[in-house]
Design a protein around this ligand. Sequence first.
Ligand code: NAD
Length: 489
Amino acid sequence: MNIKKQFIDGAWVASESGAVREIINPFNQEVIAKVAESDESDTKAAIAAARKAFDDGDWASTPAIERGGLVRRIAELIERDREELAELESIDTGKTVEESRWDMDDIAGVFRYFADMADKDGGEIIESPIPNSTSRVVHEPVGVCGQITPWNYPLLQASWKLAPALAAGNTLVMKPSEITPLTSIKVFELMEEAGVPAGVVNLVLGPGNSVGAELSENNDVDLISFTGGIETGKRIMQAASSNVKNLALELGGKNPNIVFADAAFETAVDQAMNAVFFHAGQICSAGTRLIVEDSIHDNFVEALVERVKKIKLGNGFDASTQMGPLISEDHLNKVIQYVENGKKEGATVAVGGDRPEEPELQNGFFYLPTVLTDCTTDMSVVQDEGFGPVITVEKFSTEEEAVRLANDSIYGLSGGVFTNDIAKAERCVAKMRMGTVWINDVNLYFPQAPWGGYKQSGIGRELGKTGLEEYQETKHIFQNLKPESVNWF
Ligand code: NAD
């Protein structure tokens, strides 16, 4: 089996230590790839290459229209290799190939969006209050960007960082999750094919506590953009204080989904499932906290449970599979413990709550889709992210109570409201402290709209106009057209 390498200064290189990591298929634990395991010295070399390319190279001053053209070329190559990328993503994460195909289309869309934006920002002329002067604002790249991504949507999360960073003229070092590096490696091959200059994009492969920590601390990195868990995010914030780096954090979520009695019942049941069971619930915006009006609670839970029982688990490469395995044994054990804690605290398992029994699923990290009822906001299953196919159900009787329950969280990534009363929906949305709120929908995002969290769900916004702005510095340029001595001193 070939060992996949790091990409540093335009070349594919083995790690200095020679260390190698095996990448596992979570469906059957087979080794699907071997990749070079970077460490601090590899990371320093990658940062030095990105620094040199930014300080001495032409990329930052390349006309924005040309940078945009190159980002568009990357989108075209992703579209060309869509099927190969989708299959790589599925074998690495366990998700169904159909979900991975949607991801690849979204990813190409993200590159196209930022390609189009690259040359649309001509800065701003300010009306100067000083006679005989001009005043203007220009946007410039931040410099060397460190980019750290999680395992749940490996290439999608990478695309939200790579495309705007390149469009804005930065250089970068990316570290994908050590568990799921395969599609990121492939996209670096495509960026090389597209003609991205040497040193502009660099890829290191390895664990967070060495490679990620070096990226976060290193004084030659100007910006760190991180997607992952809250605890890692806090460590990165501390490390980034070494040289007061720009910081963009997309952290976790524990997302409420409020269902009022007047909502379209079948649609709300269907969407409550879509909110949480895609990719086995390993979605930052998964609607894991179902908050249902008491008058329909019992019927709603009954209908939900009936449908959840029918979810088909299996190999993501089998067209009939609706839900794949969890990412790793470690993560499976966390989800098992999370549900056990919920049971001890008084939650009732309405369906699931265990591993499946089918012999063909025993080698994979499977957990049954699970509905927990009798939940209250003081329980850890309602407060902690969990990140598995588990939904908790709470009851409410008034609009105010629904909003209070929804906001009772350290997270503020996303939320949903299902009702046919639009005024009521708008009243709730105005009070919900989350970066994205859906009315009569769940989990929808697109490149044109900003994405990010309130509270401990993060700092900054990816996607949309703000997604480009994260990778830009703002410079004010004042010019005196009639310089004269002031004669104060
Ligand atoms: P994680 O925090 O364990 O790891 C994320 C990345 O950080 C990995 O590449 C890891 O190697 C690296 N890392 C770990 N320790 C580090 C350190 N000390 N310094 C620097 N880097 C370090 O998260 P995960 O388990 O890979 O992903 C799941 C989490 O990601 C969930 O909490 C989920 O909600 C979150 N997430 C958020 C969004 C969003 O848009 N807000 C999107 C996807 C995932």
